[in-house]
Design a protein around this ligand. Structure first.
Ligand code: PLP
Length: 302
């Protein structure tokens, strides 16, 4: 059945069954839908292997705990479900999402403790946050005046679907002709964008925000790659002016790894082309996909 026509666009795991992605549906009364009361994580498959799946599962289990959600499955059981979604699809490069929702409390109750939490998953073709041209030339980014939802309201370190700030910021940036957006915190430091972290390079030092954002696994990979390449890394607040006047800017995400940024608020960064540190990080990111330490190959034969 692996890779058969009905599954090639993707496979979902819903209600304990594997179905073609187009047929996957959740009950309209699930609080995951009605309240954005859910958490999730995304792991990628490249060349038929999961990349850093242990880190993603660790973060997913921590996010579940943070929101008092219980997927009812161990990391090993989740791995088997995700692998089966990928295997059925036959995809060698895939974007794999695991989700735990609140589910629904008994009818009439508004007590979240009475809800039966639900686990869903799906595997679809690999998702790039930037197309080929954008990856070659660099993205044009706008810094929005939309403030990221404060950590005191929704903990940004646990993945969540409270994305209205990110989505409204993105719409504003797209309307203004940019490719994507970065949001700021209450004091005007850059934090993150819709599904990615941000880095800048100044005098050879790699700098990324320390708070107010999700700690991406790709962000961690960049920090480790920079250290492995002998670059110094600073994890600290990044004022918007510091980003605008940086030598290089790039984003990190499971949706494409390291993505160069060459324009911020209509001003060129450096000479307007992806800089040397950015290019080194892109190259190393993909090289590490061949390192067995970070890869769990999927058996497509069963
Ligand atoms: C998932 C996500 C990221 C990036 O995390 P990765 O693990 O690197 O993919 C950054 N910001 C937000 C808000 C996210 O949801």
């Amino acid at each position: 059945m692996s890779g058969s026509a009905q599954y090639q666009d993707g496979v979902a795991y819903v209600g304990g069954k594997y179905v073609p992605i187009a047929q996957a549906a959740i009950p309209i009364t699930d609080w995951g839908f009605l309240r954005s009361d859910a958490t999730y994580d995304v792991v990628t498959v490249w060349d038929g292997a999961f990349f850093r799946i242990d880190a993603h599962l660790d973060r997913f289990m921590r996010s579940c705990q943070r929101w008092r959600l219980n997927p009812g499955l161990s990391p090993a059981q989740i791995t088997r479900i995700l692998a089966r979604c990928v295997r059925l699809s036959g995809l060698r490069a895939s974007y794999v999402e695991m989700i735990c929702t609140r589910g629904q409390p008994p009818w009439g109750s508004r007590d979240p403790r009475q809800a039966v939490n639900q686990f869903y998953a799906f595997a679809v073709p690999y998702v790039w946050l930037a197309n080929e041209e954008q990856r070659a030339k660099g993205l044009r980014v706008m810094i929005s005046d939309v403030q990221r939802i404060p950590p005191q309201s929704v903990d940004p370190k646990a993945k969540n679907y409270h994305w209205n700030d990110l989505t409204m910021g993105l719409l504003g940036a797209l309307d203004a002709g940019a490719d994507t957006v970065l949001l700021v915190d209450a004091v005007g430091h850059v934090v993150e964008g819709p599904g990615f972290n941000v880095f800048c390079v100044r005098d050879g030092v790699v700098i990324t925000p320390d708070q107010g954002m999700l700690e991406g696994i790709s962000r961690r990979t960049v920090i480790e790659m920079a250290a492995a390449r002998g670059l110094s890394v600073q994890i600290r607040p990044v004022p918007t002016d510091e980003l605008r006047s940086a030598d290089e800017v790039f984003l990190s995400t499971s949706g494409g790894g390291v993505l160069p940024v060459t324009v911020v608020d209509q001003q060129s960064i450096g000479d307007g082309t992806p800089g040397p540190v950015t290019r080194q990080m892109v190259e190393t990111y993909w090289a590490w996909h061949a390192d067995p330490a970070y890869n769990l190959p999927i058996d497509y034969s069963v």
